[in-house]
Design a protein around this ligand. Sequence first.
Ligand code: XMP
Length: 516
Amino acid sequence: MIEENKEKVLILDFGSQYAQLIARRVRENNVFSEIVSHKITAEQIQKANPKGIILSGGPASVYVKNAPRCDEEIIELGIPILGICYGMQLGCQMLQATIQPTNTREYGRTACTVNNTSKLLKSLSKDITVWMSHGDQVVELPEEFESLAITHNCPFAAVKHKTKSFYGVQFHPEVTHTLQGSQIIRNFLYEICACTGDWQMHSYIDTSVADIRKQVKDGRVVCGLSGGVDSAVTAALIHKAIGNHLSCIFVDNGLLRNYEAEEVIKSFKDNFTVDLHAIDARDRFLNKLKGVADPEKKRKIIGHEFIEIFKEEAKKISQAKFLAQGTLYPDVIESIPAHGGPTVTIKSHHNVGGLPAELGFDLVEPLRFLFKDEVRKIGEELGLPEELVWRHPFPGPGLAIRIIGEVAKPRLDILRNADKIVIDEIRKAGLYRSIAQCFAVLLPMSTVGVMGDERSYENVIAIRAVETTDFMTADWCHIPHEILGIISSRIINEVKGINRVVYDVSTKPPSTIEWE
Ligand code: XMP
């Protein structure tokens, strides 16, 4: 957990797809939040000393056997509780309300009337739009409760207990479709939990720098740079803490985007006086990938080769005792699969680039409490170049999983040139920041075209652009047709070997973001 004396709100997760969103909304309002299992005991909560508790939504029904529950003693702790959707139903049930399936299920945008501006709904308009997603609801509420808001189908869209500090909302204030949702979260934090808002990125930097110094003392830290924002901010934070006791390793695997390797090296040399080991391993990776078409095999080869190179290089850095990693909060949350069973491996990506424990280093992970948007804020505060801080995520295996089938140098060159045009035009149109990830994919086929009076039989590029906050679900971006037109004609005219461009209009799920 974060420092004992920091204000925090605990989010008890009942398998909600929105738990991380709740945590982020709380933090955006300057209060630290942590997601914990719903199995946490009242005693553990008391020890953690949170200012408030939020019970998340979840896919179960509170009245079925084995539905996830929480320690009922939490109601008696005197710590304010906000139940959201399933969390509201559970809290109300613990306080003697009756929950039943609804006749008309409510999904999506719903008109809601506020009929009691208690602290929770303070400063809201009378008519609000909320996001509903439920098949059960409170049907009977004991006298000790007050109803705060209603919808056409839901007589208890928001409730409050008269004597205990329990509030509930049937809708989801954490999603942006609930238009005044952030105000509701703010009301809970400041009007009900009496938070002061001490979660600020500049103070996080100070605390983190002090922690790194305490952990590392005068030891040497090795940090792998990938070119992405997480490893860059990790290195920058550690550099601020221990200066030239930091050594960075950057491996050019030949699978990076246009000029990426040069840019990473330059931006580190310009911004820091670090001991930078830049390794040109392009041939080594390409040789290993010869003849390999299977995506999982590619991932394994690239991951394995990276570890080998990293090990060889780290051995050369004398007295290196610590390894810095850009692990983020979403990777460390104790997640609860909603369906209760083990999850299947769709892609093995989260292991690629991860370094095994046998390397014998102690880990330094200064970002392990942070979400990506917080990491970006820290990057900006530390003065990293905007280009680096806002760079779209890029997979560890790089362009190898954007060339469908076998990877070879000529195909990498084609893809790099096409990808650069996509990114340049998206930037020019001012869309780069609003898109979560955008790139080109080279397909394993040729199609017929006509160029001049000649028949051509050449490659196809697919463009993928998605909007997402957590990369678990994603929608394809509605990029204006004119921009797509410019990208397409530039790629066909400027990149030799391409005579067709297509746009990917699939959501995740069922499609994934990367094509491999
Ligand atoms: P998918 O394709 O699973 O991608 O929808 C979700 C996010 O993960 C990235 N991704 C990877 N990242 N190694 C990585 O480090 C990988 O092998 C890998 N595969 C996918 C993808 O770019 C997206 O941001």
